[in-house]
Design a protein around this ligand. Structure first.
Ligand SMILES: [Fe+2]
Length: 265
């Protein structure tokens, strides 16, 4: 992929996302949320790819994957007015179909087209499908990390904005009560990624986000989370009970270990 290809894709994405702009304030807020998210994910993926010593050609491919990873969000939102796949449509799969439908990647060699399509298709799968070829897995790891790093930013912004400025489709619509579930605490303590299925309250949701730290493939991604102060910000939004504090200690130790490993490499 050349720099010209990337420039072309950027301008296509700008036009495509603009075509979904809306006069309705709420819709526009939700659409812009995904435009901004895409910009951040592009920046994150370039930082992670460069920080992990990938070639400049791979960095460009990674950026194209980031640019298109949520291309399905716009149609998903317009049709269902939500970003929750469980109650609407799988936006990764939809995005891969849009890329094919639009004939957008034709200017690239076949293997690069496949790589982008597959990475978009599976970027939101609960786990990386083991049967995929190694080069696709590398780009899936990159996009999943870059995406998750920015989802931390999006949620912190959501929690810190006044009610009327919040992009409604970000919410998970669970009660904001002081409770949290034992299964979430045990995930954090056991260094396991928590599942959406166990979310009962907003605190569970925050704990689930924190558990994503354990799912980062690149040390550079953990470094970006620390640089943005994202881990601390979420921890500070939780009730500081004894249980939560001891779980969070495990998490903080994990972060230090990852960053120490980075220094050694
Ligand atoms: Fe996505």
């Amino acid at each position: 992929m050349t720099q010209d290809d990337l420039t072309y894709f950027r301008s296509w994405f700008a036009d495509y996302s603009r075509s979904y702009y809306s006069a309705d304030k709420e819709d526009q807020k939700n659409i812009l949320l995904k435009v901004e998210h895409t910009e951040h994910v592009c920046r994150n993926i370039v930082a992670i790819a460069r920080g992990s010593s990938l070639s400049e050609d791979q960095v460009r491919l990674a950026e194209a994957v980031a640019l298109f990873h949520d291309v399905g969000r716009f149609r998903q939102y317009m049709k269902y007015k939500t970003f929750r796949d469980a109650v609407s449509i799988n936006h990764g799969l939809l995005g891969s179909k849009i890329l094919i439908e639009e004939n957008l990647l034709q200017r690239l060699p076949g293997d690069e087209q496949q790589l982008i399509i597959q990475a978009v298709k599976f970027h939101n799968a609960f786990a990386i499908p083991a049967m995929l070829p190694g080069d696709i897995i590398l780009f899936l790891k990159l996009i999943r990390d870059a995406d998750k790093v920015d989802i931390f930013r999006v949620f912190i912004k959501y929690y810190e904005s006044p009610q009327e400025e919040r992009a409604s489709a970000t919410a998970f619509s669970v009660p904001d009560t002081p409770e949290y579930s034992a299964v979430m605490i045990s995930c954090i303590k056991n260094r396991k990624v928590a599942s959406y299925a166990n979310i009962r309250t907003e605190n569970d949701f925050k704990l689930m986000k924190l558990s994503w730290v354990y799912d980062m493939h690149f040390n550079e991604s953990v470094r970006l989370l620390v640089e943005g102060d994202y881990v601390n910000s979420i921890i500070n939004k939780l009730p500081q009970t004894r249980e939560i504090c001891s779980a969070v200690t495990v998490l903080r130790d994990y972060v230090s270990e990852r960053l120490k490993n980075e220094e050694q490499t």
